[in-house]
Ligand binder design. Sequence first.
Ligand SMILES: [Zn+2]
Length: 414
Amino acid sequence: MRGQAERPVDQTGLRRLNLSRVVRSLRADGPQSRASLARRTGLNKATTSSLVAELEQRRLAQFGEIVAGAVGRPSQLVELRQHAVCGVGLEINVNYAAVAVLDLTDQVLFSKRLPLDVVELGQVAAIDLLANLAAEAIVAMREAGNWVTGVTVAVPGLVDVENGVVQHAPNLRWREAAVAERLASRLDLEPEAISVDNDANLSALAEHAVGVAAGASDLLYLTGEVGVGGGVIADGRLVRGATGFTGEVGHMPLNPDPAECGCGRKGCWETQVGLAALMRAVADPGDEVRDSAHDLEQRLRVIASRAAAGDVRTRAALAEIGSALGVGASILVNVLNPTAVVLGGYFALLGDWLAEPARRELSERVMATDSCRLLLSDLGFTAAVRGGAHAALDRVLADPSIAPTEVPHLGGIA
Ligand SMILES: [Zn+2]
C-alpha cells in the first residue's frame, strides 16, 4: 500500500492508459466479451471488468447482445456506445465551409456545407463563420444529450499545429490566423479541446481510418481543391516533417506554362491541376459551373454530365488534367513508394475521366508500378471534416477519463 501511495500519478496514468487500450480495442475489433477484451489488451479479467464499468459510467461503452461463450457460458458483449460521445470536424476552403460530427462508431451525427467566397469574406469573418457552424453543431449535439470532445479545423495551408495558428494559406489569403484562439473565445469548450491542422493531413488520416485505403500503412492522399495538397502516411503514421509542412506538393514547379499561383510563384503544379485550372479549362467566365454562389459538388456534377455526354472541350480538359495529375503523382510515388495513392476532392468526383490518363502516366514513370494502386476516395469533399472529427475524438481515445460521468449541460455559446 505504501508503494501505491507514493506513486499516485503513476497509478492514475496507468489506469488512463488501460482505459485507452480497452476503448481502442472496441473501436478496432468491434463488440466483444470482457474475456476477449482481457485477451486482446493483455490485462487481467478483474481489471478489464473494472475498466469496462468505468467506460460504461462515462457513457463511452455499453453492454449489448448476450452470446454463448467458448465454454458454453453465455457472456454479454461490450460495445462502444453510439451517439453519446462525439467529435466535431470543421473545414474551410476557397469555395465552402463545412462541419461534420462523428461519434465513436464513425456514424455521422450532423453535417453541413455552405458555399461561399472565402477570399471575399476575409480572414476574421471567415473564422467567425466557422465558429457559428461549430456552435450550431455543438448546440444540436448537447440538445440530444451528447458530449462533445472537441473541435478540429482543417485548413488548406501551413499550420502551426502546436499553437493552432494558420501561418499562411495562400489560396484563402490568410496569414498568421490565430484560429484556435478565436474559436476558443467564441465556443463553450476548453481551449485544449480546439485544434487546427492541414486539410490534406486530416484527409489522409480519415482515409487511413475508414476510406478506400483503410489500414494501408503507406499511403499518399492528394486533395483536389483550388490548392493541391498531399497527406503522407508512412509506416502507419502521418508524416509531418521538421517544421510540420510536409505535403506542400501543389507547389512543385511542374507547369510549363508560367501561370501565377496563389503562393506568388509561377508554374506550380496546382496552377495546372487545381480546381481553378479545371474551371478555366472547361468553361468560359459566366458559365454556371464557374458560379461560386452554387454548391461545388453540384457544379462538378454538371461538368461530369457534360463529359458523359461527350462534350469535346470538357473531355479534352479532363484528359489533359488527368495526365498532368499522373506526372506529378509519379514523382511523389517514386519518392515515397506508397501502396496507395488516394485521389480526393474534385479528383475523385471526376475520377471517371481523370484516373485513366493519370494511371497511364504512373505506369510509364513509376519504378515500383506493381506495388501502388491509384484509388478514388469515396469520402469526396467530406474527407477533411471527417478527419477533423476523428482528430477531435482522439482526445478521448487517448484519455477516456476526460469523459464526464453525467449527461452534459446544455451550455450555450459565448
Ligand atoms: Zn504555388
